[in-house]
Design a protein around this ligand. Structure first.
Ligand SMILES: NC(=O)c1ccc[n+]([C@@H]2O[C@H](COP(=O)([O-])OP(=O)(O)OC[C@H]3O[C@@H](n4cnc5c(N)ncnc54)[C@H](O)[C@@H]3O)[C@@H](O)[C@H]2O)c1
Length: 171
């Protein structure tokens, strides 16, 4: 049993029906995360099952489908901490002589879909960063005001007229 270094984290792994994606999804789950694997292959639903591991069908090159899938993970699990943009295609030997359609499809899935995936999550990470900055700012304010109040209390207590005068501490 590996160390639970991803305990309480929510993860999405794309291209998780098999190969590296499935192994990554299972590893993250074993490390404590709750993992949803997305794949265009419907077998992802039956391949990824068990505690904190599930699969959902999604063509990551379909912007609307990807957004729906990501929104569902966040709604179902209350957040998203880790993403692994693993889905991809590769036709060995194709490069200069690749047909236009094949070349375009490779770019669409391997490059564009990954950029869209990150773009989709970017506003969220920005919001969380701003929330964290606000939190730190507020904490700093509270610390400063706490210090001031503490200073004031000490000041007042030294001048407290109700305190009996002249009493020695060692009674
Ligand atoms: N295996 C290698 O040696 C190797 C080397 C370099 C890069 N890679 C890259 O690593 C990734 C994983 O490799 P692998 O060997 O496990 O590949 P794989 O073909 O076994 O798995 C890729 C998965 O991505 C899924 N997928 C493809 N298009 C998709 C789409 N539009 N939407 C959702 N899912 C989609 C497939 O259904 C598949 O399950 C791929 O992006 C691959 O190109 C692999």
């Amino acid at each position: 049993m590996s160390e639970q270094i991803h305990a309480n984290k929510i993860a999405i792994v794309t291209g998780a029906c098999g190969g590296i994606g499935r192994a990554t999804a299972e590893r993250l789950r074993n490390d404590g995360a709750t993992v949803v694997g997305l794949d265009i292959n419907p077998d992802v639903v039956t391949n990824l099952t068990g505690e904190r591991l599930s699969g959902a069908v999604c063509d990551i090159s379909d912007d609307a489908a990807l957004k729906t899938a990501v929104d569902k993970v966040i709604a179902d699990h209350g957040g998203l901490d880790l993403i692994v943009a693993n889905a991809g295609i590769f036709k060995s030997g194709e490069y200069i002589d690749a047909e236009t359609d094949s070349w375009d499809l490779h770019l669409k899935i391997n490059l564009t879909a990954t950029q869209r995936f990150l773009k989709l999550l970017h506003p969220r990470t920005q919001e969380e960063r701003q929330a964290a900055q606000h939190h730190h700012h507020r904490l700093a304010q509270l610390r400063r005001s706490g210090t001031r109040r503490f200073g004031l209390l000490r000041h007042q207590s030294r001048r407290d007229p109700t305190r009996p005068r002249g009493r020695s501490r060692a009674r």
